[in-house]
Design a protein around this ligand. Structure first.
Ligand SMILES: Nc1ncnc2c1ncn2[C@@H]1O[C@H](COP(=O)(O)OP(=O)(O)OP(=O)(O)O)[C@@H](O)[C@H]1O
Length: 348
């Protein structure tokens, strides 16, 4: 069912229209105050605004004199902090959704067990929320949100409160469970958009400034925000057991698959590294253990007090002095070098 949203909230200077197809995952990408949480609040029914309209298929959730309360929307919201009921066990927390949708005790419990297993923490069913780590609590929150079998799932910066060591594994889990689910993810993290979303909608100042398929927006950003985040170098390919391979390039780096989701040969992976980690050479240094990419320079752009050198779909940030010394010019052949320790490899 298509989700149609008009988030017209003048008191917050937010005016956003969205249409999300059945089974599609859309990332709302934007910096602080861009309007992401406001849009989610309108969809979830937590925020009442006179000009807001939300429809799911032909069901009106908000607008035309209708107001469906949050719990009756079939919309689940997963927040930054796992908001579990502290007095209930983990199992009872997850069973809450099916119970409130009318499932009997036994069926609700079976569904809770199934979901806890799917998110990889079946052993936690009898614990209390206070006895969980942040990463465990967020897994339980995912299970609770999905056990209710919502038609729409909303994620508000689901990884923001977590330790960086556990985010890759949670992201991987979300990637699995979001498959074919109608989902809106609010995030300021380009990796969430890249790894989880089919499409991104970039918000700035309460307005949509750009939207399109994730890879396209990141490859050819038109808004300042997208350009800023898309400044990261991203290469997609497959894991060959030691490195990412793509179009003849091999990229070694630190694998961020997480202990629960080891990367196996053939997996789709993406390499991420900062332009400032890239050195530019005229000739490839021989015998270097580092990643080397022969590229043709396509553009040189001032970036703060540095120069951005573009080529091969990547970019390097170097000093104006270095650019002058190398006599760089568009069309010139150079080699980008980046140390494996500067590259993060993520499962897609
Ligand atoms: N409870 C509130 N009452 C009034 N204005 C608010 C409220 N919450 C947010 N705003 C304003 O609404 C605008 C959009 O904020 P919103 O929280 O939706 O942005 P966001 O993209 O989610 O930002 P962040 O990443 O910082 O959470 C901002 O100008 C903000 O100051």
């Amino acid at each position: 069912m298509t989700l149609r949203v008009v988030a017209e909230v003048p008191e917050r200077d937010v005016s956003v229209e969205l249409e999300i197809a059945d089974g599609e995952t859309v990332a709302l990408l934007g910096g602080n105050g861009a309007g992401k949480s406001t849009v989610l609040g309108v969809i979830a029914g937590q925020l009442r605004a006179r000009g807001a309209r939300v429809t799911l298929g032909d069901r009106v959730l908000t607008g035309r004199g209708t107001w469906v309360p949050p719990h009756a929307r079939d919309v689940a919201l997963l927040a930054q902090e796992a908001l579990l009921f502290p007095h209930l066990t983990v199992g009872a927390n997850v069973a809450f959704g099916p119970r409130s949708r009318g499932a009997g005790r036994r069926r609700a419990r079976a569904s809770a067990e199934e979901w806890l297993a799917r998110v990889g923490v079946p052993e936690l069913a009898s614990r209390r929320p206070a006895e969980l780590s942040g990463g465990q609590a967020q897994r339980v929150a995912v299970a609770r949100a999905l056990a209710a079998d919502p038609q729409v799932l909303l994620l508000d910066e689901p990884m923001a409160a977590l330790d960086v060591n556990v985010t890759p594994a949670l992201r991987h889990l979300l990637r699995e469970v979001l498959q074919d689910r109608t989902t809106v993810i609010a995030t300021h993290d380009v990796l969430d958009a890249l790894l989880l979303a089919d499409r991104v909608v970039v918000l700035d100042g309460g307005r949509v400034v750009e939207e399109g398929p994730t890879a396209e927006v990141l490859a050819r950003p038109r808004s300042a925000f997208a350009a800023q985040i898309a400044g990261l170098n991203l290469l997609a390919g497959r894991w060959d057991g030691e490195a990412l391979v793509a179009d003849g390039a091999r990229v070694e780096g630190r694998v961020e698959g997480g202990e629960r989701t080891p990367v196996v040969v053939g997996d789709e992976v993406v390499a991420v590294f900062r332009p400032s980690a890239v050195s530019v050479y005229l000739a490839a240094p021989t015998g270097s253990p580092r990643n080397a990419f022969p590229v043709v320079v396509t553009a040189l752009e001032p970036f703060g007090d540095q120069v951005r050198v573009r080529g091969g779909g990547m970019s390097a940030l170097i000093t104006p002095h270095a650019a002058a010394e190398l006599a760089l010019a568009p069309g010139g052949q150079v080699t980008f070098i980046v140390k494996a320790s500067e590259v993060d490899l993520y499962l897609r």
